[in-house]
Design a protein. Structure first.
Length: 608
């Protein structure tokens, strides 16, 4: 996720903005920029790459004098990293500058309208549309122009805005992307996160959705999107610097788990328009999609587990055969790929060595490759024929959580798009699926609210030697990821099995007190899974079950039950994985493990 810092006060703005942006580097970015009012005009400087490049370019801010300005570190979404695409963006005359976190979903039609009115765009971004819209509506009153623009745009935003002919004010606005403002002795600040301004003030105001703030060097005022002034209460921040980077969470992993509702919404919402699935990045016509007869999903680790779920969902909805391959095996086994096949490479970093090799092998054989990645401009993103970005933002913890959830969301969208063009689902079924997708972020948030209950249960198994996960169908895919999440951060031996395979050897490992996690989210498989639960329970296992609300029959075969909100069964992974992530996390914390940096593991596996 990008970083925003703004300042107005009695001190030089550029050094403060650079310092604030440095405190947000943990969020990840690919370019940085500042806009400073020097007393006569707005001066903008941008640099692709690390913040240090911008610091050197401006000599630590010395070459950009002025006591008012905004800055930004960009994680590219619309448009590859470049000077032109970097923030801040301005109107044509350079009298209005904007920095923006979030996604403007309707930027394409807005851009076309502005181009028809003679606006010349210099970037590929959605943000530049905001600068031109502000110019179009500006008649001397910045607040009026801002609120008119906010009524026009759809999507999410955190904004910092400066107007050259209002050099005593900096403006901020927010909807669905985090933004705070702070009051210090030497001026006022805006920032996308507390660490950026903690050095200068501990008095902050958390902006709510569709609020606008007008900052002056001696204070600030808040307004609704209808220009009505509102009162807000300040919050005093008592975090230390390390805690501030984690937004008060004990670990980045926990913070990232709690970002999953937003992450899933960011991946889904821009691609659901007018009750249809629109995936412009595919760069494929409906005819080309209809011609796909086989899909090969290739990935490693958690991305592979997302692919296993994707197989069940795509085959169920679109009736297209799917093979899921471990990338390190795919590259060496001389795979046989069918004509009219699509290869999907899934990777958080976009740099996974085996997955990248599989991509190159597939393209060498003449097959179209779709990348599902999180990092814009990564190798897989550059070399694939087309790419779906998950827009999860930077993920700091080695063990993936929010990126995995975003990958699932991307696969759901792809499955529904294929089903739509192939005519394999009815209109009623399609709309029901859309509604279920829209509910997922709120349902994930609801499950995250059960953390104390799961922590209490996890504390009982801090000394466990072996834990087994089992399920059928999609529940087996869920079990794979739940098991991996536990073992990689807690170092407890854990395995996942297809429940129907228990009698083929695995059940011999069950002894008195062994914890078995039974995932049962698919109604048509409830009775089958309950039978397997009875089998392990009869041999002394303690059974924790995850199932949908209303499946009360499962209580007789289990010792502890976590109920999940009702959703379309094919989307159940997005909900069931949340308690399993929390369980693994709290077992690891209780055992004193370094949760964010597990031993022997790296965030991106860039070598074999």
């Amino acid at each position: 996720m990008c970083g925003i810092v703004g300042y107005i006060g009695t001190r030089q703005a550029a050094p403060i903005i650079l310092d604030g942006l440095s405190k947000l580097e943990y969020r990840g970015y690919d370019s940085a920029g500042m806009a400073i009012y020097d007393g006569e005009r707005i001066v903008t400087k941008k640099a692709v790459g690390r913040l240090k490049i911008l610091e050197n370019l401006t000599r630590g801010g010395e070459t950009m004098p002025g006591t008012l300005g905004i800055g930004h570190t960009r994680w590219a979404t619309h448009g590859a990293p470049s000077d032109a695409n970097s923030h801040p963006h301005t109107n044509q005359s350079g009298t209005i500058a904007v920095v923006h976190n979030g996604i403007i979903e309707n930027y394409i039609p807005l851009k076309k309208k502005m181009e028809a009115r003679g606006c010349r765009f210099v970037s590929e971004t959605d943000t530049e549309v905001l600068a031109h819209l502000l110019d179009y509506y500006y008649r001397g009153n910045p607040l009026e122009a801002i609120t008119k623009v906010l009524h026009r745009v759809e999507g999410s935003y955190a904004l910092g805005i400066v107007f050259a002919d209002h050099p005593e004010e900096v403006f901020a606005a927010r909807k669905d992307s985090p933004l705070i403002v702070g009051q210090g002795e030497d001026g006022c600040f805006i920032a996308s996160d507390v660490p950026a301004i903690l050095r200068y003030t501990r008095t902050v105001y958390y902006m709510d959705n569709q609020e606008v703030a007008c900052l002056r060097k001696d204070g600030m005022r808040f307004y609704s999107v209808d220009e009505e002034e509102i009162e807000k209460e300040a919050v005093s921040i008592d975090w230390d610097a390390d805690a501030a980077e984690k937004a008060g969470y004990e670990h980045f992993m926990l913070k990232e788990m709690y970002e999953q509702p937003r992450t899933v919404a960011d991946t889904l919402s821009p691609r659901i328009r007018n009750n249809e699935i629109v995936i412009d990045e595919l760069k494929m016509t409906d005819e080309e999609l209809r011609a796909i007869h086989k899909i090969y999903i290739v990935a490693c680790g958690s991305a592979y587990h997302a692919g296993v779920t994707g197989k069940y969902v795509i085959e169920n909805l679109a009736r297209v055969g799917v093979e899921v391959e471990v990338a390190s095996e795919f590259r060496y086994r001389d795979p046989i790929l069918e004509e009219n096949g699509l290869v999907i490479i899934i990777s958080q970093s976009g740099e996974t060595a085996d997955s990248l090799a599989a991509l190159r092998e597939s393209r060498k054989r003449g097959f179209r490759v779709l990348g599902i990645v999180n990092v814009v401009g990564s190798s897989i993103a550059r070399e694939a024929d087309s790419v779906m970005y998950t827009w999860a933002g930077p993920e700091i913890a080695v063990a993936t959580t929010k990126a995995y959830s975003a990958q699932l969301a991307a696969l759901y969208l792809l499955a529904m798009k294929l089903a739509r063009v192939k005519g394999t689902v009815t209109e009623e079924r399609f709309q029901n699926l859309l509604q279920a997708l829209r509910r997922l972020p709120d349902q994930i948030e609801l499950l995250l609210g059960q953390k104390e209950k799961i922590q209490h249960f996890a504390n009982r198994y801090l000394g466990a030697r072996d834990i087994f996960f089992m399920g059928r169908g999609i529940d087996f895919a869920i079990s794979l990821e739940g098991s991996l999440k536990l073992k990689e951060i807690s170092y407890v031996h854990s395995e996942a099995y297809a429940a129907g395979e228990l009698k083929h050897g695995t059940i011999s490992l069950i002894e008195e007190g062994t914890l078995v996690v039974a995932v049962s989210t698919q109604p048509y498989l409830y009775q089958k899974t309950i039978s397997n639960m009875v089998e392990v329970k009869a041999r002394g296992a303690f059974v924790m079950a995850l199932t949908g609300e209303g499946n009360l029959a499962i209580e007789k075969a289990s010792d502890y039950v976590i109920y999940l909100p009702i959703t379309e069964p094919i989307f159940a992974n997005s909900l069931a994985i949340i308690p399993l992530q929390l369980f693994g996390y709290y077992v690891a914390v209780g055992r004193g493990c370094d949760v964010d940096k597990p031993r022997n593991l790296a965030k991106s596996v860039t070598v074999e």
